[in-house]
Design a protein around this ligand. Structure first.
Ligand SMILES: *Cc1c(COP(=O)(O)O)cnc(C)c1O
Length: 393
């Protein structure tokens, strides 16, 4: 009961909904592990080939989860999607499902720590060659993505330095070599994403972030063509057990209904936060994708309608200065989640990126004074007031 001509905000509220005979308003939570067949013949037929809205076992699929998958695919402009237990289950599934020993993956170096673990520890252990490049340097992509490269992987916008990767250009290089493009799209959010349109073959989200948006549940999703999702991703996911729970899918459906409103409000405040901190004597650097001082501002504007919900700053005084600032915040919470309705401040060097060797931190620009701000939905005046007061501390 949905229409392809609807715009994203309408799809985010309605797409994929099914109602039972009771006509419930909110999507039903089908908290069931299994399904009952009217006859033995019906069970046999379903195991041979399950039709649309025919389910076998919740590890393979579930009606509430299916509503979330269809809604995500529609928002992302992809044919299909598979929901997962977490963002990392999605990244692992997206890569492991299609790679085998002897394959080569080229990835941007600026990645979430757990993504680096999958590439450098897990995939290499299984005989996959992994090459890391500076994702903003197209010449490095061009040199590394040789024939025989099976997949290209990157995160854009990158965490925590907010580098922007040129999706269309990297996809052009990858496709010329016969590689698939897997994009971890958390920072762009489905509101600003144009990843599939720009050439990403597989788009991966941690739904834990903006999609839930309220810090309640872990979740993830892999979006792509129907063929890729059903023939490559689904067999791997359904047999390895990374399925999303129906209760989580129900929360994520509710998250999607307000995603666009939240993300646009958070983005407007993020731009105001970036502007308010620019030139502050205790702030050495403000990084925001649509700010003129961002080295890739033009690309960020081409690729994303707005600059997003994240602002990264470099506080004067190194680690001690950053800690003094964090400890003086009253509204902003010290945490490592992002995309939440609550504003969050993170010190990447000692938390999310602690595991990285010092040299790698330096190469990625993760300095001791760097603080990542995930802007929430609170009143802009209170948020900026809290930041300025903490900088004075
Ligand atoms: C959080 C995050 C992940 C991992 O998601 P989880 O839901 O925590 O497993 C992967 N990639 C990026 C860019 C993230 O921000």
């Amino acid at each position: 009961m949905t229409d392809d001509t609807w715009h994203r905000r309408t799809k985010a509220v309605h797409h994929g909904s099914r109602r039972s005979q009771w006509g419930e308003m909110a999507e039903a939570i089908f908290l069931t592990q299994g399904f009952v067949y009217p006859t033995a013949e019906a069970a046999e037929a379903r195991f041979v080939k399950a039709g649309d809205d025919e389910f076998i076992y919740a590890r393979y699929g579930n009606p509430t989860v299916r509503m979330f998958e269809e809604r995500m695919a529609a928002l992302e402009g992809c044919e299909d999607a598979f929901a997962t237990a977490s963002g990392m289950a999605a990244v692992n599934g997206a890569l492991s499902a299609m790679l085998r020993a002897g394959d080569r993956v080229v990835a941007s170096r600026a990645l979430f720590g757990s993504c680096l673990y999958i590439l450098e520890d897990v995939l290499r252990r299984f005989g996959v060659t992994v090459d890391l490049v500076d994702g903003t340097d197209l010449a490095q992509w061009q040199a590394a993505v040789t024939r025989g490269t099976r997949a290209v992987f990157f995160e854009t916008i990158a965490n925590p330095t907010l580098e922007v990767i040129d999706i269309a250009a990297v996809a052009g290089i990858a496709h010329a070599a016969g590689a698939l493009v897997v994009c971890d799209n958390v920072f762009a959010t489905p509101t600003y994403s144009r990843a599939a349109e720009l050439g990403a073959d597989v788009v991966v989200y941690s739904a834990t972030k903006h999609i839930d948006g309220q810090g309640r549940a872990l979740g993830g999703v892999i979006c792509g063509t129907r063929d890729h999702i059903r023939k490559v991703i689904e067999p791997y996911m359904k047999h390895t057990g990374g399925a999303m729970s129906p209760f989580t899918a129900w929360m994520m459906l509710n998250g999607l209904a307000t995603l666009d409103l939240r993300v646009r409000a958070q983005t407007a405040t993020a731009a105001a936060v970036a502007a308010a901190l620019k030139g502050h004597p205790k702030v050495l650097r403000v990084i925001y994708p649509h700010d003129d001082a961002h080295p890739q501002a033009a690309l960020a504007r081409r690729q994303m309608e707005r600059g997003g919900t994240m602002v990264t700053i470099e506080v004067a005084g190194g680690k001690a200065g950053a800690f003094r600032f964090l400890n003086a915040l009253r509204i902003w919470k010290i945490s490592n989640n992002l995309g939440d309705a609550r504003s969050i401040a993170t010190h990447p060097a000692t938390t999310t990126h602690q595991r990285l060797p010092e040299a790698q931190k330096a190469a990625l620009g993760i300095t001791p004074g760097l603080v990542r701000l995930s802007v929430g939905i609170e009143d802009e005046r209170d948020l900026i007031g809290d930041l300025l007061a903490a900088l004075d501390a």
